[in-house]
Design a protein around this ligand. Structure first.
Ligand code: ADP
Ligand code: MG
Length: 729
């Protein structure tokens, strides 16, 4: 029996229910996190103060303090049965990395003890040679080291019966270049903080710190593990490269409103419980549009923590799914013909005085503050749309962007009709002669229209890649498998840069004698004029928008290798260097790594296609051909007229033709790969993989394979079909 039928069989007989926890959320929330509350309990006053200082004010922790903190951490962790610790980091491979060390050590005199000192807490040297470095390591002869990030709390990861203390760290080379996502993210958050505080101080001198916030919405698919195991493409690439569309897809829209299937529900509750223990504040769960697609979202947090939590969640989901004999697919496009998965990044900025800077204010004055940050964000997106596009570019996300189901590759901003009106009012009413009296009247008028735009009032436009949703912007084009850090580094840096320039310009006007509010209004007005072409309220999926965007001169880069170009322009280098986020070497290295990731992903998929075609598709097709041929011969022999077997002849012919195309195209694709593999320029190679391999062969091979799937005897077909993957659970 083929794996396919075995899996279907197992599913039908599967009566076993996995165990799940029924604890109250508050009873387990954060139990495996070294929160400040626990730190208070396990640390001396001095050590606690030093830790808090470092978290709140970025103060350095000295060695002796670090040792005290380490020993407090160890006592807490040992109390929970932990024997090992690891520096936990986010290398550019897109997953997380850890290297476990035990507390156990043998002293010089031979005594065996458990120990965890400050040095081990602060810094470690993982064997980094196999993490991508985009040539950085070769350039600097540098091995990487991990360094503790006290702003993200340590936690205990439970895998089966094993428990490990995880220390969140950054990963950098010895010459200081960052090799991970977290180091540049922390820098981007810092530059945003600096620029935003200066601008916020126009309105409120008490603001001393601004923390960007992030609430992600994670979409994913869930399929039965037995069925997934019978699909080498799902196993190796996380998506199906073949598969004929099932008779029923998402057209009935019954999944979105339907109830969550019991088995998936049990899985959800299980991974939620694991997440709560790690302090991940998950709040919503629901079905998504496509069959077998779901979503979960937490309450928003500081960006750094939210990014850690998302990476952790993806890891937890993948592991917990195994317990339920399920496989979770975080890929952006696991199945053709139905929706793919994204990860909306809801983003805002919060002051240490408790104000959400993107929430319309209650008074005319706070509204001006809101408008300032609102317009600066739009201007940033307008000026650096190419960088946002680059930040979300990846081989899997190419399947979504521009495929008329997800936001298009054109970056535009949706603000809703109320705010669009507010912006156009400012644009027309703030003129050269604009004086204090005009300002007072305008402020009141705006105040009158803004409070109307209560949360529910901001009309929803699901087709926009960057939408204002009442009190935050929602960057919707981020891919479901991405580390949010990439998008967050770009977004926070471009907003920081825009705010910095804004401050300079407003100060310039004030020096020339303008009153502060007038200077701000003038600058806001100019920013609206300069960036309004990025505003779009209509249907982002439509062909008209692509044409209109082209007229407006907005970039529409559909493929990753070209979208990544934006990372290494002079503009990008200047932006990231002057904001102390990346130096040009780091940017070039990252560009190289992204291109390599792209090449590898397409290469793997091309190989899988070849393998599946030759080993899983053509064999059953040939078997069926033989059956048909025998049948035709037998009918002929029995003396039947030709019209008795014309249908069989027809099917036989079609099968032969499809086999032939599949076989020739796979062969040609191998040759095309050889040509690409000989290219030395990484960018050219990536473009070749995009245009000459994926572009020329993927769809065509798939078309003929899917035709075969529809023709060949179902009993003979070994790859689980879409209807089984999507509807059996
Ligand atoms: P939806 O967009 O599905 O209607 P919500 O608007 O309630 O859902 O929120 C979606 C996500 O946005 C949640 O993760 C929520 O925590 C987050 N969010 C809400 N306010 C903010 C904010 N100020 N900053 C960042 N994220 C936020
Ligand atoms: Mg949303």
């Amino acid at each position: 029996m083929s794996l396919r039928f075995q899996a279907i069989n197992d599913l039908t007989n599967n009566g076993e229910k996995p165990k799940e926890s029924s604890a109250k959320i508050t009873a387990i929330f954060g139990e495996n996190v070294f929160t400040l509350k626990k730190a208070r309990e396990f640390l001396s006053d001095d050590a606690y103060k030093s830790l808090v200082g470092s978290i709140r004010g970025g103060k350095k922790i000295d060695r002796s303090m670090a040792s005290q903190i380490a020993s407090g951490l160890r006592s807490w962790a040992e109390g929970k049965g932990v024997t090992h610790f690891t520096h936990w980091f986010q290398p550019l491979t897109g997953t997380t990395a850890e290297k476990h060390d035990s507390f156990f050590t043998i002293k010089g005199d031979g005594t065996a003890i458990e120990e965890f000192d400050g040095a081990a807490l602060i810094q470690q040297e993982p064997d980094a040679s196999s993490f991508p470095s985009g040539g950085l390591r070769a350039t600097f002869e540098a091995r990487g080291y991990t360094a503790w990030d006290p702003s993200s709390p340590a936690f205990i990861m439970e895998i089966g019966n094993g428990k490990t203390l995880c220390i969140p760290t950054i990963f950098v080379s010895y010459t200081g270049e960052s090799l991970d996502y977290k180091a540049p993210l922390l820098k981007a958050l810092e530059t945003l903080n600096k620029s935003a505080v200066e601008v916020a101080n126009y309105f409120d001198k008490n603001v001393t710190k601004i923390t960007p916030t992030l609430g992600w919405e994670q979409e994913y698919f869930v399929v039965d593990a037995g069925l997934a195991n019978a699909r080498p493409d799902i196993l190796l690439a996380g998506r199906t490269v073949f598969g004929a569309g099932p008779a029923k897809g998402q057209q009935l829209e019954d999944q979105y409103f339907g109830s969550i299937p019991e088995r998936v529900y049990a899985f959800m509750r299980d991974f939620e419980a694991e997440s709560y223990k790690l302090g991940i504040p998950l709040r919503t769960r629901h079905n998504e549009v496509a069959p077998a697609q779901y979503e979960c979202a937490p309450i928003f947090e500081e960006v750094n923590i939210a990014v850690d939590h998302n990476v952790l969640l993806m890891d937890i989901m993948t592991r917990v799914a195994k317990r339920h004999s399920l496989v979770v697919l975080l890929h952006e496009k696991p199945f053709a013909g139905i929706n793919g998965s994204g990860k909306h990044n809801n983003w805002s900025m919060a002051t240490d005085t408790g104000v959400n800077l993107l929430a319309p204010g209650k008074t005319p004055k706070t509204n001006l503050m809101f408008l300032t940050f609102f317009v600066n964000t739009i201007k940033a997106v307008h000026d650096y749309a190419d960088l946002l596009r680059a930040a979300i570019a990846s081989a899997p996300n190419d399947h979504r962007l521009g495929a008329n189901e997800a936001p298009p590759a054109i970056i535009s901003v949706f603000v809703g009709q109320y705010l669009a009106k507010v912006l156009s009012d400012i644009e027309t009413r703030v003129s050269n002669k604009f004086d204090e009296q005009d300002e007072a009247i305008l402020k009141l008028d705006l105040h009158r229209s803004i409070p109307e735009l209560m949360l529910d009032n901001t009309d929803r436009n699901r087709t926009s890649p960057f939408a204002f949703t009442g009190n935050k912007f929602e960057f919707r084009a981020v891919g479901s498998s991405a580390n949010c850090a990439n998008a967050m580094i770009a977004l926070n840096t471009i907003v920081a840069e825009t705010l910095k320039k804004f401050k300079e310009e407003v100060d310039g006007l004030i020096e020339k004698g303008d009153k502060k509010e007038i200077a701000i209004m003038h600058t806001i007005q100019r920013y609206i004029v300069e960036s309004k072409k990025v505003l779009f309220e209509g249907d982002g999926y439509s062909e008209e928008w692509a044409q209109e965007a082209a007229k407006r001169g907005l970039p529409n880069v559909k493929t990753t290798p070209l979208a990544l170009d934006a990372m290494v322009t002079d503009k990008a280098k200047h932006l990231f260097e002057s904001n102390n986020v990346y130096n040009h070497l780091e940017l070039e290295a990252r560009h190289e790594i992204e291109l390599e990731n792209y090449i590898k992903k397409v290469q793997i998929e091309a190989r899988i296609m070849g393998d599946l075609a030759l080993n899983h598709v053509i064999p059953p097709a040939v078997t069926y051909q033989n059956k048909l041929a025998k049948n035709i011969a037998a009918l002929r022999e029995a003396g039947l007229q030709e019209d008795a077997y014309t249908s069989q002849c027809e099917i036989l012919k079609q099968i032969s033709r499809h086999i032939q195309v599949v076989y020739t195209k796979v062969k040609e694709m191998v040759e095309a790969r050889k040509v690409a593999n000989n290219m030395t320029n990484t960018r050219e190679k990536a473009i070749a993989y995009c245009d000459e391999i994926k572009g020329k062969y993927f769809d065509e091979i798939r078309y003929h394979v899917d035709k075969l799937e529809n023709l060949v005897d179902d009993e003979l077909w070994t790859l689980p079909k879409y209807r089984e993957l999507l509807f059996l659970r």
